[in-house]
Design a protein around this ligand. Structure first.
Ligand code: GLU
Length: 466
Protein backbone atom coordinates (compact mmCIF):
# COMPACT_ATOMS: atom_id res chain seq x y z
CA UNK A 1 0.00 0.00 0.00
CA UNK A 2 1.25 3.49 -0.79
CA UNK A 3 1.73 6.03 2.01
CA UNK A 4 -1.70 7.46 1.51
CA UNK A 5 -4.59 6.11 -0.48
CA UNK A 6 -5.90 8.57 -3.06
CA UNK A 7 -9.02 7.80 -5.05
CA UNK A 8 -10.99 9.96 -7.41
CA UNK A 9 -14.32 10.24 -9.12
CA UNK A 10 -13.93 11.47 -12.68
CA UNK A 11 -17.34 12.01 -14.28
CA UNK A 12 -17.89 13.47 -17.73
CA UNK A 13 -20.37 16.33 -17.36
CA UNK A 14 -22.66 15.44 -20.23
CA UNK A 15 -26.01 15.06 -18.49
CA UNK A 16 -26.97 14.27 -14.94
CA UNK A 17 -25.30 12.24 -12.22
CA UNK A 18 -26.12 8.70 -13.30
CA UNK A 19 -26.97 6.22 -10.59
CA UNK A 20 -24.03 4.09 -11.76
CA UNK A 21 -21.73 7.10 -11.48
CA UNK A 22 -23.03 7.76 -7.99
CA UNK A 23 -22.19 4.20 -7.02
CA UNK A 24 -18.68 4.60 -8.48
CA UNK A 25 -18.24 7.79 -6.48
CA UNK A 26 -19.51 6.04 -3.34
CA UNK A 27 -17.09 3.12 -3.72
CA UNK A 28 -14.16 5.52 -4.15
CA UNK A 29 -15.32 7.59 -1.21
CA UNK A 30 -15.78 4.57 1.07
CA UNK A 31 -12.41 3.16 0.08
CA UNK A 32 -10.58 6.42 0.78
CA UNK A 33 -12.49 7.31 3.94
CA UNK A 34 -11.85 3.88 5.44
CA UNK A 35 -8.10 4.24 4.94
CA UNK A 36 -7.41 7.77 6.03
CA UNK A 37 -7.06 8.58 2.36
CA UNK A 38 -8.20 11.31 0.02
CA UNK A 39 -11.16 11.29 -2.31
CA UNK A 40 -10.70 13.69 -5.21
CA UNK A 41 -13.14 14.98 -7.78
CA UNK A 42 -12.18 15.64 -11.39
CA UNK A 43 -14.63 16.82 -13.98
CA UNK A 44 -13.67 15.31 -17.35
CA UNK A 45 -14.77 18.22 -19.46
CA UNK A 46 -12.36 17.85 -22.39
CA UNK A 47 -15.24 17.22 -24.77
CA UNK A 48 -16.17 20.88 -24.96
CA UNK A 49 -19.09 20.29 -27.28
CA UNK A 50 -20.83 17.88 -24.92
CA UNK A 51 -19.81 19.27 -21.51
CA UNK A 52 -22.10 21.83 -19.95
CA UNK A 53 -21.84 23.86 -16.73
CA UNK A 54 -25.37 22.67 -15.86
CA UNK A 55 -24.21 19.07 -16.02
CA UNK A 56 -21.24 19.85 -13.76
CA UNK A 57 -23.64 21.52 -11.33
CA UNK A 58 -25.92 18.48 -11.40
CA UNK A 59 -22.95 16.27 -10.48
CA UNK A 60 -21.96 18.53 -7.60
CA UNK A 61 -25.55 18.74 -6.36
CA UNK A 62 -25.97 14.98 -6.55
CA UNK A 63 -22.74 14.26 -4.68
CA UNK A 64 -23.65 16.85 -2.10
CA UNK A 65 -27.07 15.31 -1.56
CA UNK A 66 -25.47 11.89 -1.13
CA UNK A 67 -23.01 13.36 1.36
CA UNK A 68 -19.96 12.29 -0.67
CA UNK A 69 -17.61 15.10 0.19
CA UNK A 70 -14.37 15.37 -1.77
CA UNK A 71 -10.98 16.64 -0.70
CA UNK A 72 -9.38 19.68 -2.27
CA UNK A 73 -10.65 21.70 -5.21
CA UNK A 74 -12.68 20.29 -8.05
CA UNK A 75 -10.21 19.64 -10.88
CA UNK A 76 -11.17 20.56 -14.43
CA UNK A 77 -9.53 18.24 -16.91
CA UNK A 78 -9.81 20.75 -19.72
CA UNK A 79 -7.79 23.25 -17.71
CA UNK A 80 -4.83 20.87 -17.80
CA UNK A 81 -4.53 20.74 -21.61
CA UNK A 82 -1.11 22.40 -21.62
CA UNK A 83 0.28 19.95 -19.13
CA UNK A 84 -1.15 17.03 -21.12
CA UNK A 85 0.50 18.35 -24.29
CA UNK A 86 3.77 18.77 -22.41
CA UNK A 87 3.83 15.04 -21.61
CA UNK A 88 3.20 14.16 -25.25
CA UNK A 89 6.17 16.40 -26.19
CA UNK A 90 8.31 14.76 -23.56
CA UNK A 91 7.55 11.30 -24.90
CA UNK A 92 8.38 12.61 -28.35
CA UNK A 93 11.73 13.96 -27.14
CA UNK A 94 12.52 10.66 -25.49
CA UNK A 95 11.78 8.73 -28.66
CA UNK A 96 8.83 6.97 -27.06
CA UNK A 97 6.42 8.74 -29.35
CA UNK A 98 6.72 9.99 -32.92
CA UNK A 99 5.35 12.52 -35.32
CA UNK A 100 2.77 11.00 -37.62
CA UNK A 101 1.94 12.93 -40.77
CA UNK A 102 -0.72 10.51 -41.99
CA UNK A 103 -3.92 12.28 -42.92
CA UNK A 104 -7.35 10.85 -42.21
CA UNK A 105 -7.55 9.93 -45.92
CA UNK A 106 -4.26 8.00 -45.59
CA UNK A 107 -5.66 6.13 -42.61
CA UNK A 108 -8.93 5.30 -44.35
CA UNK A 109 -7.03 4.08 -47.40
CA UNK A 110 -4.78 1.93 -45.17
CA UNK A 111 -7.78 0.35 -43.53
CA UNK A 112 -9.61 -0.34 -46.78
CA UNK A 113 -6.57 -2.03 -48.23
CA UNK A 114 -6.03 -4.08 -45.09
CA UNK A 115 -9.67 -5.16 -45.12
CA UNK A 116 -9.50 -6.12 -48.79
CA UNK A 117 -6.38 -8.19 -48.12
CA UNK A 118 -7.89 -9.80 -45.06
CA UNK A 119 -5.31 -8.30 -42.70
CA UNK A 120 -5.88 -6.54 -39.37
CA UNK A 121 -7.25 -3.05 -39.89
CA UNK A 122 -5.24 -1.72 -36.95
CA UNK A 123 -3.47 1.33 -38.33
CA UNK A 124 0.29 0.97 -38.68
CA UNK A 125 1.76 4.37 -39.35
CA UNK A 126 4.57 4.54 -41.90
CA UNK A 127 6.07 7.37 -39.83
CA UNK A 128 6.88 5.28 -36.77
CA UNK A 129 10.43 4.57 -37.93
CA UNK A 130 10.76 7.26 -40.60
CA UNK A 131 13.90 9.37 -40.91
CA UNK A 132 13.14 12.91 -39.66
CA UNK A 133 14.88 14.18 -42.78
CA UNK A 134 11.88 12.94 -44.74
CA UNK A 135 9.32 14.83 -42.62
CA UNK A 136 7.07 17.09 -44.70
CA UNK A 137 6.20 20.61 -43.63
CA UNK A 138 2.68 19.66 -42.62
CA UNK A 139 0.56 19.22 -39.50
CA UNK A 140 1.22 16.04 -37.55
CA UNK A 141 -0.18 14.07 -34.67
CA UNK A 142 1.99 12.68 -31.92
CA UNK A 143 1.54 8.93 -31.58
CA UNK A 144 2.88 6.70 -28.87
CA UNK A 145 5.15 3.81 -29.91
CA UNK A 146 3.04 0.95 -28.67
CA UNK A 147 4.80 -2.29 -27.81
CA UNK A 148 4.30 -4.78 -30.64
CA UNK A 149 5.36 -7.97 -28.96
CA UNK A 150 4.33 -9.64 -25.75
CA UNK A 151 1.23 -8.78 -23.79
CA UNK A 152 -0.10 -6.17 -21.46
CA UNK A 153 -1.49 -7.48 -18.19
CA UNK A 154 -3.97 -5.47 -16.20
CA UNK A 155 -3.88 -6.72 -12.64
CA UNK A 156 -7.42 -5.87 -11.80
CA UNK A 157 -8.68 -6.24 -8.24
CA UNK A 158 -12.14 -7.21 -9.41
CA UNK A 159 -11.64 -8.89 -12.78
CA UNK A 160 -8.36 -10.64 -11.98
CA UNK A 161 -5.51 -10.56 -14.51
CA UNK A 162 -6.75 -9.30 -17.84
CA UNK A 163 -4.31 -10.01 -20.70
CA UNK A 164 -4.23 -8.11 -23.95
CA UNK A 165 -1.89 -9.09 -26.78
CA UNK A 166 0.24 -6.12 -27.64
CA UNK A 167 -0.15 -6.71 -31.37
CA UNK A 168 -3.80 -5.76 -30.81
CA UNK A 169 -2.84 -2.31 -29.59
CA UNK A 170 -2.27 0.52 -32.03
CA UNK A 171 0.05 3.49 -31.76
CA UNK A 172 -2.59 5.63 -30.21
CA UNK A 173 -2.63 9.35 -30.87
CA UNK A 174 -1.56 11.43 -27.84
CA UNK A 175 -1.74 14.86 -29.37
CA UNK A 176 -3.94 15.62 -32.36
CA UNK A 177 -2.88 17.59 -35.42
CA UNK A 178 -4.45 20.71 -33.91
CA UNK A 179 -2.34 20.30 -30.77
CA UNK A 180 -5.17 19.13 -28.55
CA UNK A 181 -4.45 16.21 -26.22
CA UNK A 182 -6.61 13.10 -26.39
CA UNK A 183 -8.79 12.06 -23.51
CA UNK A 184 -6.78 8.91 -22.77
CA UNK A 185 -3.61 10.93 -22.23
CA UNK A 186 -5.41 13.48 -20.08
CA UNK A 187 -6.74 10.76 -17.75
CA UNK A 188 -3.31 9.24 -17.17
CA UNK A 189 -1.51 12.54 -16.66
CA UNK A 190 -4.20 13.79 -14.31
CA UNK A 191 -4.31 10.58 -12.29
CA UNK A 192 -0.53 10.67 -11.99
CA UNK A 193 -0.35 14.36 -11.10
CA UNK A 194 -3.18 14.04 -8.58
CA UNK A 195 -1.34 11.15 -6.95
CA UNK A 196 -4.18 8.72 -7.53
CA UNK A 197 -3.27 5.32 -6.11
CA UNK A 198 -6.49 3.40 -6.78
CA UNK A 199 -8.72 3.72 -9.82
CA UNK A 200 -12.17 2.31 -9.12
CA UNK A 201 -14.51 2.75 -12.08
CA UNK A 202 -17.00 1.01 -14.34
CA UNK A 203 -15.77 -1.97 -16.33
CA UNK A 204 -16.70 -0.16 -19.52
CA UNK A 205 -13.25 1.41 -19.03
CA UNK A 206 -11.36 -1.88 -18.87
CA UNK A 207 -10.22 -1.62 -22.49
CA UNK A 208 -8.98 1.89 -21.86
CA UNK A 209 -6.83 0.57 -19.04
CA UNK A 210 -4.64 -1.38 -21.47
CA UNK A 211 -4.01 1.73 -23.53
CA UNK A 212 -3.50 3.89 -20.46
CA UNK A 213 -0.91 1.37 -19.22
CA UNK A 214 1.21 2.16 -22.28
CA UNK A 215 1.47 5.77 -21.19
CA UNK A 216 2.30 4.87 -17.58
CA UNK A 217 5.01 2.53 -18.79
CA UNK A 218 6.46 4.95 -21.31
CA UNK A 219 6.64 7.63 -18.61
CA UNK A 220 8.01 5.22 -16.02
CA UNK A 221 5.17 6.14 -13.67
CA UNK A 222 3.64 3.88 -11.02
CA UNK A 223 0.53 2.21 -12.35
CA UNK A 224 -2.44 2.67 -9.99
CA UNK A 225 -4.33 -0.27 -8.54
CA UNK A 226 -7.21 -0.91 -10.90
CA UNK A 227 -10.66 -2.07 -9.88
CA UNK A 228 -13.16 -2.22 -12.72
CA UNK A 229 -16.63 -2.77 -11.34
CA UNK A 230 -19.45 -4.43 -13.31
CA UNK A 231 -22.16 -2.07 -14.49
CA UNK A 232 -25.58 -1.99 -12.89
CA UNK A 233 -28.37 -3.96 -14.54
CA UNK A 234 -32.12 -3.55 -14.33
CA UNK A 235 -34.31 -6.10 -12.51
CA UNK A 236 -34.58 -8.05 -15.80
CA UNK A 237 -30.81 -8.51 -16.03
CA UNK A 238 -30.42 -6.09 -18.95
CA UNK A 239 -28.19 -3.03 -18.85
CA UNK A 240 -29.87 -0.35 -16.73
CA UNK A 241 -31.75 2.06 -18.95
CA UNK A 242 -34.51 4.61 -18.83
CA UNK A 243 -37.23 2.02 -19.26
CA UNK A 244 -36.25 0.49 -15.89
CA UNK A 245 -37.08 3.77 -14.17
CA UNK A 246 -35.08 6.66 -12.82
CA UNK A 247 -31.43 6.89 -13.85
CA UNK A 248 -30.41 10.26 -12.46
CA UNK A 249 -29.56 10.61 -8.80
CA UNK A 250 -31.61 13.78 -8.50
CA UNK A 251 -34.70 11.80 -9.42
CA UNK A 252 -34.21 9.68 -6.31
CA UNK A 253 -33.77 12.82 -4.27
CA UNK A 254 -37.04 14.15 -5.73
CA UNK A 255 -38.81 10.88 -4.95
CA UNK A 256 -37.81 11.55 -1.36
CA UNK A 257 -35.51 8.66 -0.53
CA UNK A 258 -33.31 9.53 2.46
CA UNK A 259 -29.64 9.90 1.50
CA UNK A 260 -28.43 7.45 4.15
CA UNK A 261 -30.71 4.75 2.74
CA UNK A 262 -29.57 5.54 -0.77
CA UNK A 263 -25.92 5.23 0.27
CA UNK A 264 -26.62 1.93 1.99
CA UNK A 265 -28.45 0.61 -1.06
CA UNK A 266 -25.83 1.77 -3.56
CA UNK A 267 -23.07 0.25 -1.45
CA UNK A 268 -24.88 -3.09 -1.60
CA UNK A 269 -25.23 -2.81 -5.35
CA UNK A 270 -22.24 -4.86 -6.37
CA UNK A 271 -20.47 -5.02 -3.03
CA UNK A 272 -21.18 -7.20 -0.04
CA UNK A 273 -20.00 -7.79 3.48
CA UNK A 274 -21.25 -11.22 4.49
CA UNK A 275 -25.03 -11.17 4.78
CA UNK A 276 -25.21 -7.59 6.00
CA UNK A 277 -27.96 -5.62 4.27
CA UNK A 278 -28.66 -2.73 6.61
CA UNK A 279 -25.65 -0.81 7.86
CA UNK A 280 -24.52 2.64 8.85
CA UNK A 281 -21.99 4.83 7.06
CA UNK A 282 -19.46 4.11 9.77
CA UNK A 283 -19.86 0.38 9.24
CA UNK A 284 -19.64 0.72 5.46
CA UNK A 285 -16.47 2.79 5.78
CA UNK A 286 -14.97 0.23 8.10
CA UNK A 287 -16.00 -2.79 6.05
CA UNK A 288 -15.54 -1.63 2.47
CA UNK A 289 -12.82 -3.41 0.56
CA UNK A 290 -12.15 -4.22 -3.07
CA UNK A 291 -12.44 -7.95 -2.54
CA UNK A 292 -16.06 -7.55 -1.50
CA UNK A 293 -16.92 -6.33 -5.01
CA UNK A 294 -18.72 -8.95 -7.10
CA UNK A 295 -17.72 -9.96 -10.62
CA UNK A 296 -21.20 -10.09 -12.05
CA UNK A 297 -23.49 -7.12 -12.57
CA UNK A 298 -25.79 -6.24 -9.69
CA UNK A 299 -29.49 -5.85 -10.40
CA UNK A 300 -31.31 -2.73 -9.35
CA UNK A 301 -34.16 -3.61 -7.03
CA UNK A 302 -36.59 -0.84 -6.05
CA UNK A 303 -38.18 -2.96 -3.35
CA UNK A 304 -34.88 -3.44 -1.61
CA UNK A 305 -34.09 0.25 -1.95
CA UNK A 306 -37.42 1.13 -0.29
CA UNK A 307 -36.92 -1.41 2.42
CA UNK A 308 -33.47 -0.11 3.36
CA UNK A 309 -34.64 3.49 3.18
CA UNK A 310 -37.48 2.66 5.57
CA UNK A 311 -35.04 1.18 8.04
CA UNK A 312 -32.78 4.22 7.82
CA UNK A 313 -35.69 6.61 8.36
CA UNK A 314 -36.76 4.72 11.46
CA UNK A 315 -33.22 4.67 12.80
CA UNK A 316 -32.46 8.33 12.13
CA UNK A 317 -32.18 10.95 14.79
CA UNK A 318 -35.32 13.16 14.82
CA UNK A 319 -33.47 16.44 14.37
CA UNK A 320 -31.46 15.06 11.45
CA UNK A 321 -34.59 13.68 9.86
CA UNK A 322 -36.33 17.04 10.19
CA UNK A 323 -33.32 18.74 8.63
CA UNK A 324 -33.37 16.39 5.67
CA UNK A 325 -37.13 16.77 5.35
CA UNK A 326 -36.70 20.55 5.05
CA UNK A 327 -34.03 19.98 2.36
CA UNK A 328 -36.42 17.67 0.56
CA UNK A 329 -39.17 20.30 0.59
CA UNK A 330 -36.79 22.95 -0.75
CA UNK A 331 -35.33 20.71 -3.43
CA UNK A 332 -38.81 19.86 -4.69
CA UNK A 333 -39.88 23.50 -4.77
CA UNK A 334 -42.17 23.28 -1.74
CA UNK A 335 -42.01 25.79 1.07
CA UNK A 336 -40.08 24.50 4.09
CA UNK A 337 -41.96 24.29 7.40
CA UNK A 338 -42.02 27.45 9.49
CA UNK A 339 -40.53 27.34 12.98
CA UNK A 340 -43.75 26.43 14.74
CA UNK A 341 -44.58 23.60 12.33
CA UNK A 342 -40.98 22.42 12.35
CA UNK A 343 -41.03 22.18 16.15
CA UNK A 344 -44.30 20.23 15.99
CA UNK A 345 -42.89 17.98 13.29
CA UNK A 346 -39.86 17.17 15.37
CA UNK A 347 -42.10 16.19 18.25
CA UNK A 348 -44.16 14.03 15.92
CA UNK A 349 -41.14 12.30 14.34
CA UNK A 350 -41.13 9.24 16.60
CA UNK A 351 -44.65 8.31 15.47
CA UNK A 352 -44.05 9.27 11.82
CA UNK A 353 -40.76 7.69 10.98
CA UNK A 354 -41.77 4.10 11.57
CA UNK A 355 -42.81 2.50 8.29
CA UNK A 356 -42.15 5.50 6.02
CA UNK A 357 -39.77 4.73 3.17
CA UNK A 358 -39.70 8.17 1.62
CA UNK A 359 -40.32 11.77 2.64
CA UNK A 360 -43.64 11.95 0.74
CA UNK A 361 -44.80 8.92 2.75
CA UNK A 362 -43.68 10.60 5.93
CA UNK A 363 -45.48 13.80 4.94
CA UNK A 364 -48.64 11.86 4.23
CA UNK A 365 -48.60 10.58 7.80
CA UNK A 366 -47.78 14.08 9.00
CA UNK A 367 -50.86 15.76 7.54
CA UNK A 368 -52.15 16.36 11.08
CA UNK A 369 -48.97 18.38 11.71
CA UNK A 370 -48.83 20.32 8.46
CA UNK A 371 -52.51 21.25 8.26
CA UNK A 372 -54.01 24.21 10.01
CA UNK A 373 -57.54 24.71 11.27
CA UNK A 374 -60.10 24.41 9.97
CA UNK A 375 -59.07 20.88 9.01
CA UNK A 376 -60.48 19.90 5.62
CA UNK A 377 -61.42 16.22 5.72
CA UNK A 378 -60.79 14.26 2.53
CA UNK A 379 -63.61 12.27 0.98
CA UNK A 380 -63.06 9.14 3.03
CA UNK A 381 -62.65 11.02 6.31
CA UNK A 382 -65.78 13.00 5.54
CA UNK A 383 -67.78 9.76 5.75
CA UNK A 384 -66.68 9.32 9.38
CA UNK A 385 -68.13 12.70 10.26
CA UNK A 386 -71.83 12.07 9.71
CA UNK A 387 -74.31 13.59 12.14
CA UNK A 388 -74.17 10.63 14.52
CA UNK A 389 -70.37 10.79 14.70
CA UNK A 390 -70.41 14.54 15.15
CA UNK A 391 -72.81 14.07 18.05
CA UNK A 392 -70.44 11.57 19.61
CA UNK A 393 -67.50 13.95 19.23
CA UNK A 394 -69.61 16.68 20.80
CA UNK A 395 -70.12 14.53 23.89
CA UNK A 396 -66.59 13.23 24.09
CA UNK A 397 -64.78 16.52 23.69
CA UNK A 398 -65.65 18.06 27.10
CA UNK A 399 -64.49 14.85 28.80
CA UNK A 400 -61.23 14.94 26.89
CA UNK A 401 -60.66 18.55 27.79
CA UNK A 402 -60.66 17.70 31.47
CA UNK A 403 -58.27 14.76 31.08
CA UNK A 404 -54.74 14.83 32.33
CA UNK A 405 -52.85 15.20 29.04
CA UNK A 406 -50.99 11.89 29.20
CA UNK A 407 -51.40 8.83 27.04
CA UNK A 408 -52.75 6.77 29.94
CA UNK A 409 -55.41 9.28 30.90
CA UNK A 410 -56.46 10.04 27.35
CA UNK A 411 -56.80 6.34 26.66
CA UNK A 412 -58.74 5.86 29.88
CA UNK A 413 -61.20 8.64 29.02
CA UNK A 414 -61.75 7.39 25.49
CA UNK A 415 -62.18 3.79 26.58
CA UNK A 416 -64.58 4.68 29.37
CA UNK A 417 -66.59 6.78 26.93
CA UNK A 418 -66.74 3.96 24.37
CA UNK A 419 -67.75 1.48 27.08
CA UNK A 420 -70.48 3.75 28.29
CA UNK A 421 -71.89 4.06 24.76
CA UNK A 422 -71.51 0.35 24.06
CA UNK A 423 -69.16 1.15 21.19
CA UNK A 424 -65.88 -0.39 20.20
CA UNK A 425 -62.93 1.99 20.44
CA UNK A 426 -62.40 1.49 16.70
CA UNK A 427 -65.74 3.19 16.01
CA UNK A 428 -64.57 6.19 17.95
CA UNK A 429 -61.17 6.28 16.29
CA UNK A 430 -62.44 7.01 12.78
CA UNK A 431 -64.19 10.31 13.64
CA UNK A 432 -61.23 11.26 15.83
CA UNK A 433 -58.82 10.72 12.93
CA UNK A 434 -61.09 12.69 10.64
CA UNK A 435 -61.34 15.53 13.15
CA UNK A 436 -57.64 15.72 13.98
CA UNK A 437 -56.07 15.03 10.58
CA UNK A 438 -58.85 15.12 8.01
CA UNK A 439 -57.72 11.64 6.98
CA UNK A 440 -58.80 8.07 7.58
CA UNK A 441 -55.24 6.69 7.83
CA UNK A 442 -53.14 8.46 10.42
CA UNK A 443 -50.77 7.72 13.29
CA UNK A 444 -52.52 6.64 16.51
CA UNK A 445 -55.08 9.15 17.72
CA UNK A 446 -53.34 9.42 21.08
CA UNK A 447 -49.99 10.11 19.41
CA UNK A 448 -51.66 12.91 17.49
CA UNK A 449 -53.33 14.33 20.58
CA UNK A 450 -50.07 14.34 22.52
CA UNK A 451 -48.21 16.10 19.69
CA UNK A 452 -50.96 18.65 19.08
CA UNK A 453 -51.50 19.38 22.76
CA UNK A 454 -54.70 20.04 24.63
CA UNK A 455 -55.80 23.34 23.11
CA UNK A 456 -55.27 22.46 19.49
CA UNK A 457 -56.80 18.99 19.94
CA UNK A 458 -59.91 20.34 21.63
CA UNK A 459 -60.25 23.08 19.03
CA UNK A 460 -60.10 20.56 16.17
CA UNK A 461 -62.61 18.26 17.91
CA UNK A 462 -64.97 21.17 18.46
CA UNK A 463 -64.61 22.27 14.83
CA UNK A 464 -65.55 18.79 13.66
CA UNK A 465 -68.45 18.41 16.09
CA UNK A 466 -69.98 21.72 15.10
N1 GLU B 1 -15.01 10.25 -17.44
C1 GLU B 1 -15.23 8.85 -17.45
C2 GLU B 1 -16.71 8.57 -17.35
O1 GLU B 1 -17.47 9.44 -16.95
C3 GLU B 1 -14.52 8.12 -16.32
C4 GLU B 1 -13.07 7.95 -16.59
C5 GLU B 1 -12.30 7.24 -15.52
O2 GLU B 1 -12.85 6.97 -14.44
O3 GLU B 1 -11.14 6.96 -15.76
O4 GLU B 1 -17.15 7.49 -17.68
Amino acid sequence: MPDQVVTRFAPSPTGFLHIGGARTALFNWLFARGRGGKFLLRIEDTDRARSTPEATQAILTGLNWLGLDHDGDVVSQAAGAERHAEIAEQLLDEGKAYKCFSTSEDITAFREKARAEGRSTLFRSPWRDADPATYPDAPFAIRIKAPREGETVIRDQVQGDVRIRNDQLDDMVLLRGDGSPVYMLAVVVDDHDMGVTHVIRGDDHLNNAARQMMIYQAMGWDVPVWAHIPLIHGPDGKKLSKRHGALGVEEYQQMGYPAAGMRNYLARLGWSHGDDEFFTDAQAIEWFSLDGIGKSPARFDFKKLGNLCGQHMAAMDDAALLHELQDFLRSTGQPPLDDAKAALMKQAMPCLKERAKTFPELLEKAVFVTSTRPIEPDEKAQKSLDSVSRGILGELTPQMRNANWTREDLEAVANAFANDKGMKFGQLAAPLRAALAGRSATPSVFDMMLVLGRDETIARLNDAAA
